[in-house]
Design a protein. Structure first.
Length: 345
């Protein structure tokens, strides 16, 4: 009788123990444990980080409810010994199993990298690197490397042509050379055989199209419908051997983008980007031209205009003419409008 009671007691004990053990492991694997402040958030794990780094980050941001259950599962699957860097999406109420799975397998959520309205390399690397693990200085050194630029068919002045304004998905841990490889693939994708043939038909290389498109972009940033006309004007000047006389190239040469009114003194700047003093295209782009500006050059409007001036209503549109005296009249109207607003420089 006593043996039966002992056996029954042991069975009850082990049943309760097994139930408790099973329930706990159910909690370890299945129960939501990452609260992420009740909203989805990203966990950034830098290169070289250890498991302690991961836990410190989760603890600092009060993400994990039960550290013990999380660490137990991480230990069981070997994650503690093999931490992969990256940017990981931690969903609200995610359970341990799902969280450890994405971390252990390095299932990063890509960064949506967008760049536009860029004029200088320094601006580009700052905008790119702020969203990635890489440092701006490292990327800048690659852009200033003749070897690196030459690998993609550019020099250190024209390498900016390779960056086409758009939105790209890249990993937070992407290395500078891998990013350049990606930009090269996107560049080659844009410059397909059709566009290359079109560029050749109008007498330009893809790089020359990009440089001219950057001038068009700077002259007309607001209205895409006018860009082909602006491009046609500059093509007319290039064909005639007339200097482009594009004010934005002077501003780029001076590196003073606060200038709103280009004066005669600005035209004296000693720079290969001074298109008043030097014929032909500048040596490199003065910004990252939009796809609309690139297409505007490839399909420029054919006309006989060689002069243009911004309209005095500040609409962003221009007056075009092939008559110098008419151009002077147009310029006087615009200058009077600037004076009225007391815009002197």
């Amino acid at each position: 009788m006593k043996n039966r009671q002992l056996l029954a007691g042991l069975l009850i004990f082990f049943s309760l123990f097994l139930a408790t053990f099973t329930f706990y492991f159910y909690q370890v694997f299945r129960t939501p444990n990452l609260q992420a402040e009740k909203e989805d958030r990203f966990l950034l794990i830098p290169t070289g980080a250890t498991y302690r780094t991961v836990m410190d980050s989760l603890r600092k941001n009060d993400v994990v409810r039960d550290e013990l259950s999380f660490s137990l599962l991480a230990k069981m699957v070997g994650y503690q010994d093999r931490v992969l860097p990256g940017r990981y999406l931690i969903r609200k109420d995610m359970n341990n199993r799902d969280a450890v799975r994405i971390l252990q397998r390095g299932l990063q959520t890509p960064v949506r990298l967008t760049f536009n309205n860029i004029r200088l390399k320094e601006e580009l690397v700052e905008k790119v690197a702020r969203n990635l693990e890489m440092s701006p200085d490292t990327l800048l050194s690659r852009l200033n490397s003749r070897v690196a630029a030459g690998k993609y068919g550019f020099d250190t002045t024209t390498i900016m042509c390779m960056f086409l304004p758009n939105t790209y998905e890249v990993l937070w841990t992407v290395k500078p050379d891998n990013l350049l490889d990606r930009m090269s693939r996107e560049y080659q994708k844009f410059w397909n055989e059709t566009r290359r043939q079109r560029a050749a038909a109008i007498g330009f290389t893809p790089v020359e199209v990009s440089i001219l498109a950057s001038v068009v972009e700077a002259e007309q940033m607001r209205h895409n419908d006018e860009k082909p006309r602006v491009a046609g004007l500059y093509v007319n000047r290039l064909k005639a051997g007339t200097p482009l006389q594009a004010d934005p190239t002077l501003i780029f040469a001076l590196r003073d983008f606060s200038i709103r009114r280009v004066l005669k003194v600005h035209r004296e700047v000693d720079s290969p980007y001074n298109t008043y003093a030097r014929p032909g295209l500048p040596p490199g782009p003065i910004n990252l031209p939009s796809l609309a500006s690139l297409e505007a050059v490839l399909h420029y409007e054919k006309h006989d205009y060689v002069y243009m001036c911004a309209k005095e209503d500040f609409s962003g549109y221009h007056r075009f003419t092939n008559d110098f005296n008419q151009h002077l009249n147009n310029a006087r109207l615009f200058q009077a409008a600037l004076n009225k607003l007391n815009i002197r420089q």
